[in-house]
Design a protein around this ligand. Structure first.
Ligand code: ATP
Ligand code: MG
Length: 417
């Protein structure tokens, strides 16, 4: 037997309604925020992620699914959604439209990681990207979209943590202070952090190694080194969040340590899903579009991990409304009865209704049972007397009530249900 590749997960037919529920909540939030969907390829040139995600990140260093295609090009399955969206924004001149450009995506993403609860090799993200606005209200707008999405799904026990990692100018002086602090302790740090020290010291603050964590605990904090502009921006974001009724904590330890990430960074974190507790991560990346060859364009966005969200909802007993079964199950017996059931089923569907009939040669009784199992709202039985009289009884399964319907009226009757 061939099994699914490690770190992947099938969504089975009996569970897909949960995904539909989450995805439609995502699309509804997007619509309510006037975000339009962008769809980009599942694979891109590797170069895009080297520049768009950054070569000091875990993603680029060890997690990418990279391969040569038959034309000897280096191709990578997308590990996240922002780089592709930014590439498309530049390539298609999307910045010529009235600003800001507001987009969202629901995508599969691929990272070669050690699979565990909430960490897969193929996973899914709902993300948004808002390009063109430098102002703090836009950061708050993006954060409020994530907050509303979680709230609408009935998730209350997530906390929002925010931080500012400054801009190019204040980051440079902060990096110098951070390096002065770390330099004498460098030999006690992990090899990855020693490498980060020169390339991108901020990322050291994100290290999960206990030894490094102990050292960085008392390191200088970016938030204490913000320039006037970044400091004012961070204050304004907080004021807009308060104005929008969104609770938050300031967590000076959040970093998204790329050069083109600027100012606001944030995470929604849960205590209910174990070690992989970050459900949503986002921030401002004012340098990204320029880094990828576009005109300087401020940008802010987030991505929610949908598997983690699902886990959180399942662990906390949040309800997933069941999807409806067919409006009617039309049961028929013997040749003419089964044929008529099939014909009427087709007729309901061609008027836009949902209907089902038997395909397993079941007895009438068994068809009835099956109809109940699949959640049919009504069941119609076509026996001899119904066929000869031209009238049938439609039984509403929820309450057992019965309505007489002429066979010729079945399509229009059920198409409206
Ligand atoms: P982590 O610190 O957990 O590795 P990250 O910083 O790599 O997260 P992002 O790149 O910010 O994550 O991605 C946004 C969201 O996507 C995460 O908050 C998480 O919910 C989800 N996510 C990231 N990697 C995975 C994965 N391997 N499996 C499932 N979900 C993931
Ligand atoms: Mg990661």
């Amino acid at each position: 037997m061939i099994s699914a590749p490690k770190g992947t997960k099938d969504v089975l037919p009996q569970d897909s309604y949960k995904w539909h529920y989450i995805e439609s909540a995502a699309r509804k939030v997007a619509e309510d925020f006037n975000l339009k969907e962008i769809r980009t390829p599942v694979f891109e040139h590797t170069e895009l992620f080297l520049r768009g995600v950054g070569d000091t990140t875990d993603i680029v260093n060890k997690e990418m699914y990279t391969f040569k295609d038959k034309g000897d090009r280096s191709i990578t399955l997308k590990p996240e959604g922002t780089a592709g969206a930014a590439r498309s924004y530049i390539e298609n001149g999307l910045g010529n439209a009235p600003l800001p450009v507001k987009m969202y995506y629901i995508i599969p993403a691929f990272r070669y990681e050690r699979p565990q609860a909430g960490r897969l090799r193929e996973f899914h993200q709902f993300g948004i990207e808002v390009y063109g606005s430098p102002s703090p209200d836009t950061d708050a707008e993006v954060i409020s979209a994530a907050a509303l999405f979680l709230k609408r799904l009935g998730i209350n026990d997530v906390g929002l943590n925010i931080n500012s990692i400054g801009c190019r100018s204040c980051r440079a002086s902060y990096n110098a202070a951070l390096k002065d602090y770390l330099r004498p302790r460098l030999s006690e740090m992990c090899p990855t952090c020693r490498e980060r020290f020169e390339k991108n010291p901020l990322r050291i603050l994100d290290c999960k190694e206990e030894g490094c964590k102990a050292i960085t605990k008392d390191a200088p904090r970016m938030i204490d080194h913000l320039c006037e502009d970044c400091s004012a921006h961070f204050k304004a974001v907080q004021n807009y969040l308060k104005a929008g009724g969104i609770d938050f904590n300031i967590d000076p330890n959040i970093v998204r340590g790329l050069d083109y990430y600027t100012k606001t960074v944030f995470e929604f974190v849960s205590g209910d899903i174990g070690a992989q507790s970050t459900v949503c991560g986002g921030g401002r990346y004012d340098g990204l579009i320029e880094e990828l060859g576009g005109n300087p364009t401020p940008a802010v966005g987030f991505a929610v991990g949908l598997e983690r969200l699902m886990l959180l909802m399942e662990n906390t007993g949040v309800d997933f409304p069941a999807e409806r079964g067919p409006a009617v199950f039309i049961a028929g017996m013997d040749g003419p009865g089964r044929e008529r059931a099939f014909a009427l089923t087709c007729a309901v569907r061609s008027l836009g209704g949902s209907a089902e009939c038997d395909h397993m040669n079941r007895s009438l009784k068994a068809q009835f049972k099956y109809a109940d199992k699949i959640g049919a709202e009504y069941v119609v039985v076509l026996g001899d007397s119904e066929l000869s009289g031209g009238v049938c009884k439609a039984k509403r399964m929820a309450d057992g009530s019965v309505t007489e319907v002429k066979l010729e009226d079945i399509p229009s009757f059920f198409a409206k249900k």
